[in-house]
Design a protein around this ligand. Structure first.
Ligand code: NAD
Length: 481
């Protein structure tokens, strides 16, 4: 029997397969209505210590549990998530703001990812074998892993850390963002009836919870997704205990459109991949470089398509753009919009914030027409629905401009000439580069950033091995002959 969730009740953190209440509680809000949502736990150091202790104990058995058994449990867990899909998707829209269709897509991806993770076994390598000796590289788990999750894509990014940690034999503690704690806690609750105690735990809390985890001497790895600024603090804190750390940080992805494209065919895709989730995804198109010979026609087509994108409450009909997720981010995006008049940027579309924040954090999409390369809208990740379009003339020049920032998460080239596309793709400094697409991800494909966009990768065999130590076992065969 698969557990049925009541998404209105949050009795406590999920520690050792029990709800553990906290003295203090807090709540988040629905960003479409500013309505106060349910009370959730505020973890203390004591809660962290308890969860870590149980995770350590559970590790002794879980790390020895055969891969097939771990896979069976992860698949059962994916089924439990699927059985609660309607409630969970609505909860995600309520707490995160994204349109219901997008919440559905996030859950659909997550379930697919979990099922794929259940097939991904890290195999030992025999590096050498002869009459004299055998050398094997093995990949033992690290111990207790912890995932620190952001608010923009909290389900896939949370369980996208949990799956690889568990499948490689680690135990896992998940910390959702204080802005989106609800789905995370419910996903922990579903784990209670699937995994052995202490294997998968969830702690919710305030701003001080992240540092308690990164500082903890008995946590072996932090997998962090969030901003570049916080990522640096996480790494500094982890260095004190030499924890392993994977950082998935901010991006400012360029998309380069060549002169040979079919404008009408690709504009809907590029506009959608610029404004999806109100621009609050790390790997969206954030700088759109269009060849000068087609620039005006391309811009007009972008404007025409963007006009059809409806902004509003994620539960509304035909809504493609929800609110900005929280007040802090709303103020940051508003600040970027205030640059429009200060710097006299040309606006191709939008440019004004029409709604009153007391009724929801809505900002409609905006396209800035060819601003200078050194303007904030080009050099900073806005994490909101505002996109600069820029003109280019030579391949060499556009590649240099695309690579000129400190970020290097994703990048794309759009052209009918696949040889040229691949050649340009290989010149782009980013963890993921697409030809004629953007933001494709898959559970078997490593995902990470160059430069300030991160350290290490998640997913794929590379991500799985990031949850393991490397052990070289040398066996000498003839010593006693
Ligand atoms: P954030 O850095 O503010 O917070 C991320 C998480 O870190 C939250 O759970 C937060 O509570 C926690 N945290 C805050 N301070 C901490 C500290 N000192 N120590 C440990 N943990 C701490 O990021 P956000 O605003 O939630 O997310 C938006 C940012 O994340 C954007 O820059 C975006 O590009 C980036 N992002 C990157 C990826 C990626 O995979 N590269 C994916 C999604 C989002």
């Amino acid at each position: 029997m698969v557990a049925k969730l009541d998404v209105t009740k949050y009795p406590g953190n999920v520690i050792n397969n029990k709800f553990v209440p906290t003295t203090k509680t807090r709540h988040s809000i629905n960003p479409s209505t500013v309505e106060i949502l349910y009370e959730v736990p505020v973890s203390t150091q004591d809660d962290v210590d308890k969860a870590v202790k149980h995770a350590r104990t559970a590790f002794k058995t879980w790390s020895k549990t055969p891969f097939e058994e771990r896979a069976k449990l992860l698949l059962a867990y994916a089924d439990a998530v699927e059985a609660n899909l309607d409630e969970l998707e609505a909860l995600l829209t309520k707490e995160q703001g994204k349109p219901l269709g997008l919440a559905h897509r996030e859950f659909e991806m997550t379930i697919k990812w979990l099922r794929a993770f259940a097939t991904m076994e890290v195999k030992e390598d025999i590096l050498e074998e002869n009459d004299e000796r055998k050398i094997i590289q093995t990949f033992p788990p690290l111990g207790v892993c912890c995932g620190i999750v952001p608010w923009n894509w909290p389900v896939l990014l949370g369980l996208g850390k949990m799956g690889p940690a568990l499948m490689t034999g680690n135990t896992f503690i998940m910390k959702p963002s204080p802005f989106t704690p609800y789905c995370g806690l419910k996903l922990g609750e579903l784990g209670m009836s699937t995994f052995p105690p202490g294997v998968f735990q969830v702690l919710s809390g305030g701003d001080d919870l992240g540092p308690m985890l990164t500082e903890h001497p008995d946590i072996n790895k932090i997998s962090f997704t969030g901003s570049c600024a916080t990522g640096k603090k996480v790494m500094e804190s982890c260095s004190r205990t030499l924890k392993r750390v994977t950082l998935e940080l901010g991006g400012n992805d360029p998309a380069i459109v060549c002169e040979d494209v079919d404008i009408e065919k690709i504009v809907p895709k590029i506009a959608t991949l610029s404004f999806l989730n109100s621009g609050q995804i790390c790997m969206l198109v954030k700088r759109l470089y269009v060849h000068e010979s087609i620039y005006d026609r391309f811009r007009d087509a972008m404007v025409a398509f963007t006009k059809t994108m409806k902004t509003g409450d994620g539960f509304g009909k035909d809504i493609t753009i929800g609110p900005i997720q929280n007040r802090m981010q709303y103020e940051k995006v508003k600040d970027m919009y205030s640059e429009i008049s200060k710097c006299s940027w040309k606006v191709a579309f939008g440019g004004e914030i029409i709604k009153d924040a007391s009724k929801g954090y809505f900002i409609t999409p905006t396209i800035i027409d060819n601003p200078p390369d050194d303007s904030r809208i080009v050099t900073e990740e806005p994490f909101g629905p505002i996109l600069p379009m820029l003109k280019w003339s030579s391949e060499e020049e556009v590649l240099e401009r695309a690579n000129s920032l400190e970020t290097g998460l994703g990048a794309s080239v759009w052209t009918k000439d696949l040889t040229r596309g691949e050649r340009m793709a290989r010149e782009l400094s980013a963890g993921s580069v697409w030809v004629n697409s953007h933001f494709d991800v898959a559970p078997n494909v490593p995902f990470g950033g160059h430069k300030s966009s991160g350290i290490g990768s998640e997913w794929g065999m590379t991500g799985f091995k990031g949850h393991c130590n490397s052990r070289s076992v040398w066996v000498w065969k003839k010593v006693f002959d």
